[in-house]
Design a protein around this ligand. Structure first.
Ligand code: HEC
Ligand code: HEC
Length: 233
């Protein structure tokens, strides 16, 4: 091996080392710029001020993400961001996909669901960044849910008949209302403590939520959470 070869190998090594050390800050800057340039126009990435206007909800484009780390399961987030599908069957409120007919409301199936799609690599990096957004950790810490089970038949009756949740939510692909987010994949999508805390006090999570406060005690809420977590997609 001659001297020129050695020198070129050495300089290649120096260049490679520079690339390796440069990679992490570069990758982080990329995630931040994806969030700011591709997501922040529709999603709130920071908690709103306490005195947020009531009618803010009407102009809101998408669900808030400033408590993403308190809400989603990371694996679901990665796969959804790289292959998104509708979660609110009628669109995010206000319900742009509803047509009023004489016989009640139907879905406007001409409205195509289109959400930005990330590569698997970007989705993984963005999910990591989103999981750090935890504006509501105090609510999670205060939650008392512990895993458990209910008889499936009782769970179905409770969700649909006694509590009326199915007026707005689907607990199976073929049953339930269309105005709220679908819940038959709650076990994959959402953290248990989020489910429990949100059902107990939706307004604490989002002052302008359209989910009604249903005045239930904690044991009643926990039974509903057991049921939702037992559902198979
Ligand atoms: C043009 C507006 C728009 C942009 C830009 C956008 N989103 Fe969304 N996003 C939406 C809407 C609308 C929904 C609700 C869809 C549904 O529920 O069917 C949504 C849903 C989501 C959800 C699921 C929310 C939930 O719990 O229901 C996540 C997570 C998400 N977006 C992340 C992102 C990320 C990350 C980016 C940037 C890469 C992004 N979005 C860019 C409009 C947008
Ligand atoms: C009048 C319609 C309505 C009823 C009835 C209703 N919800 Fe909701 N719910 C919503 C909407 C809409 C949201 C989404 C939050 C928002 O858009 O403000 C929601 C959100 C949720 C969420 C959080 C899901 C997410 O993606 O963030 C859970 C869990 C939930 N509801 C469970 C229930 C349960 C359990 C019941 C019955 C006790 C119930 N809901 C009754 C409309 C309803």
């Amino acid at each position: 091996m001659n001297v020129t070869n050695l020198a070129s190998i050495a300089s290649a090594l120096v260049a490679a080392a520079a690339l390796v050390t440069a990679a992490p800050p570069h990758a982080f800057a990329d995630v931040e710029s994806i969030l700011q340039s591709q997501c922040a126009s529709c999603h709130a990435l920071q908690a709103p001020a306490n005195n947020i206007a009531k009618n803010e909800r009407l102009s809101r484009m998408a669900p808030p993400l400033h408590f993403a780390g308190n809400k989603y399961n990371r694996d679901w987030l990665v796969s959804w961001l790289s292959n998104p599908s509708p979660i609110h069957p009628a669109g995010y409120y206000p319900q742009r996909h509803i047509i009023n007919t004489g016989d009640g409301d139907t879905l406007d199936t001409d409205v195509r669901f289109a959400h930005p799609t990330l590569s698997t690599e970007e989705a993984d990096a963005v999910a990591t960044a989103l999981m750090l957004l935890k504006s509501k950790s105090a609510l999670i810490e205060a939650d008392t849910y512990q895993s458990g089970t209910v008889a499936m038949r009782m769970g179905v009756m409770d969700f649909r008949r006694f509590k009326g949740c199915d007026a707005c939510h689907q607990d199976s692909t073929t049953s339930g209302g269309l105005s709220g987010p679908l819940l038959y994949n709650a076990a994959q999508r959402l953290q248990a403590a989020y489910l429990s805390s949100f059902i107990l006090n939706p307004v604490a999570w989002d002052p302008n939520t359209v989910m009604p406060v249903l005045e239930m005690n904690e044991p009643a809420v926990h039974k509903l959470v057991h049921y939702l977590l037992m559902l198979e997609e």
